[in-house]
Design a protein around this ligand. Structure first.
Ligand code: NDP
Ligand code: OXD
Length: 316
């Protein structure tokens, strides 16, 4: 088999899942594992990566397309010696659907006071808490891309009032939208803020004390709630901890952190009003990822444009 058509796999995912998915993927192509340091990668044209090995690009100088193992590409764009070739990110129905499930679950959990009831259960306390309806709350979705738009639509189905914010204004039926300049008004209207932003120079640290302090303070939940499944680098954790401790925020659901895995000593673990998940809101399905990469390679080799190519200037 010619190594020119080879695909390099460099995915820091569960090894067994990758192996199982590879059994049925890339028929007729050589699959090269970058983790094998003796493997010759010098002729390969494609690589599928998630947090790749250092030195990959020196070992594979003929790469023509780089495929991200996930929807986010901050892990690729910050790599040293990144070649100037197209980077394709992973856009997939199942990934999108599972993210929306997580977002809806977190919004409903705060609406229906799950953290407070869990505490009461641990303490054997029988006490009914106030019970607003979804329509009484405005959920502000920050990032109206593939994931943000689907989450917004599904939050609407549950009855939430939904507003959205993105760099460029979007037209979404039933959702009031704001562009970059409308941040102040958008934030002041949100009882629950959902972060589904990529990590870029502009979004690093965007969830900070100033922003938390501008969220709506007199809503049906009493205090606003912050939910983030975008990237941890967008949240200033010191500010977030202070906002949760002082009651500027009433609660949070966090899937992503400044440093992952979250340190065992992090205060987030023990906060009664915080739900922590381990960057698991929507993991890539490896089989679907490989199908997607195969599809894109077929397009590329037929001279058709690649889809979901990252705009390096914007950083996502
Ligand atoms: P998209 O590229 O489709 O959408 C990104 C959205 O963010 C767009 O609406 C974009 O605005 C907006 N945006 C980017 N920069 C800014 C800015 N400076 N100001 C305002 N809006 C901005 O990405 P996806 O929806 O597919 O994914 C979003 C992120 O979710 C990923 O980058 C990744 O970090 C994270 N993710 C997390 C997962 C998890 O399990 N926790 C799983 C998968 C993804 P515009 O529309 O104007 O371009
Ligand atoms: C992704 C992720 O970017 O899982 O796909 O975080």
């Amino acid at each position: 088999m010619s190594s020119e058509n080879a695909v390099i796999i460099d995915l820091k995912f569960e090894r067994r899942e990758v192996d199982a998915a590879l059994e049925r993927a890339f028929t007729g192509r050589q699959v090269l594992r970058a983790a094998d340091r003796d493997q010759d990668l010098s002729e390969a044209r494609y690589a599928v990566v998630w947090k790749p090995e250092a030195g990959l690009f020196q070992r594979a100088p003929k790469l023509e397309v780089l495929f991200s193992g996930g929807a986010g590409v901050d892990h690729v764009l910050t790599l040293p010696d990144l070649p100037d070739i197209p980077i394709v990110r992973f856009v997939d129905d199942s990934l999108t659907t599972r993210m929306s499930e997580w977002v809806v679950l977190q919004c409903l959990s705060h609406l229906r006071q799950v953290p407070a009831y869990s505490k009461q259960q641990r303490e054997h306390v029988w006490r009914e808490l106030s019970q607003p309806e979804a329509k009484d709350l405005t959920v502000g979705v920050m990032g109206l891309g593939v994931l943000g738009q689907d989450s917004a639509a599904k939050l609407k189905v549950m009855g939430f009032d939904v507003i959205g914010w993105s760099r460029r204004k979007k037209e979404i039926e039933g959702v009031e939208t704001f562009d970059a300049n409308g941040l102040d008004e958008f934030v002041s209207r949100a009882d629950i803020l959902v972060g589904l932003l990529p990590l870029t120079e502009e979004t690093r640290g965007i969830f900070n004390a100033s922003l938390f302090g501008r969220l709506r303070q007199d809503g049906a939940l009493g205090k606003p709630v912050f939910i983030n499944a975008g990237r941890g680098g967008s949240q200033v954790e010191q500010d977030l901890i202070a906002a949760l401790r002082t009651g500027v925020l009433g609660g949070a659901s966090l899937d992503v952190f400044e440093v992952e895995p979250l340190a065992p000593g992090s205060p987030f673990w023990d906060m009664d009003n915080v739900i922590v998940t381990p960057h698991a809101a929507s993991a890539s399905d490896v089989r679907a990822l490989f199908r997607n990469v195969e599809h894109q390679i077929v397009r590329y080799e037929a001279g058709e444009p690649l889809q979901h190519v990252v705009d390096r200037k914007s950083g996502y």
